[in-house]
Design a protein around this ligand. Structure first.
Ligand code: ARG
Length: 577
């Protein structure tokens, strides 16, 4: 049940009956303070202005037409013309019951599921995944989980960097390695592989010549070069898939749609853009000039789509890719999870695909960008020696720290219990630290904060979940045996119960804006509200059996909401900690 939507319908209807335009917006928001009720309609003022009517007078007329007797116990006009809506306790309780007994917490599913392509992770072949890919992977995967939960047809697109001129040098180096170490070729450290290949390329002219030759051969479909290239892709992807698994990320090998698959489309794209008069030759290269982007001299900026040596660019691939996602995959929305530095690149690509009519304006192309991960010193996150931090090293450290932490909290755990909890907490903490921040800004990576049991952290939420479970365990009561109705007597109960039925509204924001931090903030609030409910309202020692069951039901819905929410974030919950 999406209360905001429900009230929007009701209030808009009353506004129309009061003479407002059919498209008027009631602007229903959750109220910021208890004295303003649970929801507020903020749309009266601007609509009244359009109608040339005093706002409070319009508000009065709207109230005469407003039919919310089933939902609200009180509706009042406040200030210049706000309408404050106070929900009925009995209605809130009823919605809690429905959520508790429905399998998806009574979330409103879209009438028409969409096909949504989510472009995320996208590491590069023969390179270690770096922190930028970590952010894209984690945030993108949370979006994928939320959209799938809502029943959309989600296509995970791992736009792996598996094509380009660097492959000549990589193939030449792989060949050299194979010749020198026939059996014990170690490619576990891709970063140093890449670096060594580059060093040879820069320093050894014979090697460089061979590398350049291999690029041409690879592009021409030469079998040997293709095989060597495949090997590099396979080695990289095997390692990445293992990392995804470790991170509890839903990407599998089948989701790989690397740059290489668009390669065969590129000559036609360039020819077509030329034929449409969009691309022209400029200083030997083929360029699309975009009026909407001006360079420093105020001239239209050029996007190169083919270099003078015939090579294609990152932009050319993304043009083909957007076309493919619309025309072949039939996407209704395409979400790109890349850092903010790629924003202009994507905007230019989208301008071109619109002009060329490869995709209609109605297709939603969205850049869900994010900032950088910083160290405690406020500089880009690096190791002490200034190298990029390897993802697996980062996760190893998370596990070590979580082991010490959990052991100190609960020394009696068996080794297998400990391992399970450490996995959930360590990976959860790293992911949550990222997910809980507004993705558009940079964020500081700080071990102590993310592993704290206090504040907006994964361990805090995971622990809150186990606390609710332990009430049921302690009392030996099963959820199914709860027959009494939910009854909201105190403020604490009401506050928790109201927030619990706002899960739907939260999810709908995350789904449309791709902002998991909104879900994190919500779950944190639920855990906090539960905690004060728990301290103030005895559950097992409640005055009577009905009250006890009512409170147990609220506890149970809290647990379900926390677990479902954490799952959407790709974070595991455990039964005890
Ligand atoms: N491989 C790219 C990188 O490492 C990210 C690709 C993002 N997706 C896209 N369609 N361009 O920066």
């Amino acid at each position: 049940m999406n209360i905001q939507q429900l009230l929007t319908q009701r209030v808009s209807q009353a506004m129309i009956m009061a003479g407002a335009d059919k498209n008027c917006d009631a602007l229903i928001k959750q109220s910021a303070k208890v004295q303003f009720g649970d929801y507020q309609a903020n749309g009266i003022m601007s609509v009244a202005k359009k109608m040339g009517m005093p706002p409070r007078e319009l508000a009065q007329t709207v109230l005469q037409h407003l039919d919310v007797d089933d939902i609200a116990e009180k509706v009042e006009i406040a200030g210049p013309g706000f309408i404050n809506i106070f929900l009925k306790n009995s209605w809130i309780a009823e919605q809690n019951e429905v959520a508790l007994s429905s399998d998806k917490l009574n979330i409103t599913l879209p009438a028409k599921p969409q096909t949504i392509v989510v472009d995320y992770s996208a590491p590069n072949v023969a390179k270690e995944m770096h922190v930028g890919h970590l952010r894209s992977t984690i945030i993108g995967d949370a979006s994928v989980r939320v959209l799938s939960f809502l029943g959309h047809n989600v296509i995970r697109a791992n736009h792996v960097g598996d094509w380009g001129t660097q492959f000549g040098m990589l193939i030449a180096y792989l060949e050299k390695m194979q010749n020198e170490h026939a059996n014990d070729m170690d490619l576990s450290d891709l970063e140093s592989f890449y670096r060594a290949a580059k060093k040879h390329y820069d320093e050894d002219e014979i090697f460089a010549e061979k590398a350049r030759n291999y690029v041409v051969k690879l592009q021409g479909g030469d079998e040997y070069c293709r095989d060597m290239w495949r090997k590099l892709v396979d080695i990289t992807m095997t390692q990445n898939i293992a990392t995804y698994k470790r991170l509890n990320v839903t990407l599998s090998l089948e989701d790989t749609m690397g740059e290489s698959i668009y390669n065969s489309m590129l000559p036609n794209i360039v020819a077509d853009l030329k034929q449409k008069g969009l691309a022209v030759e400029s200083e030997g290269a083929i360029v699309v000039f975009l009026d909407e982007y001006k360079n420093k001299e105020g001239e239209p900026m050029g996007v190169i789509i083919q270099k003078s040596d015939g090579g294609y660019l990152y932009a050319t691939t993304d043009i083909a890719c957007a076309k493919y996602r619309y025309q072949t995959l039939h996407a209704d929305r395409i979400l790109y999870y890349t850092d903010s530095r790629q924003h202009q690149h994507l905007e230019q690509v989208w301008a071109i695909v619109h002009k060329a009519k490869y995709v209609p304006e109605s297709l939603k192309l969205e850049h869900h960008m994010f900032g950088m991960m910083l160290g405690k010193d406020g500089k880009p996150f690096k190791t002490r020696s200034g190298d990029t931090v390897k993802l697996n090293d980062l996760l190893d450290e998370a596990c070590e720290r979580a082991t010490t932490l959990i052991r100190s909290k609960n020394p009696d755990l068996s080794e297998s219990e400990l391992a399970k909890i450490v996995d959930a907490v360590a990976i959860g903490a790293v992911k949550y630290a990222d997910l809980s921040k507004n993705r558009t800004t940079d964020y500081v990576f700080d071990w102590d904060n993310m592993l704290s049991f206090e504040g907006n952290t994964a361990p805090y939420l995971q622990y809150a979940y186990t606390r609710v479970l332990s009430i049921f365990k302690k009392s030996n009561i099963s959820e199914k045996s709860l027959t009494a109705n939910i009854n909201l007597e105190s403020d604490k109960e009401r506050a928790l119960a109201t927030r619990l039925i706002q899960f739907d509204e939260t999810i709908s924001i995350v789904a449309s804006e791709g902002t998991p931090h909104v879900l994190c903030a919500y779950l944190y609030e639920i855990a906090t509200l539960f905690s004060s409910f728990y301290e103030n309202c005895p559950i097992l020692a409640a005055e009577n059996e009905n009250l006890k069951q009512s409170r147990l039901k609220l506890a149970s819905l809290t647990a379900k909401t926390l677990k479902t929410g954490l799952e959407m974030l790709g974070i595991k919950s455990v039964d005890k900690m």
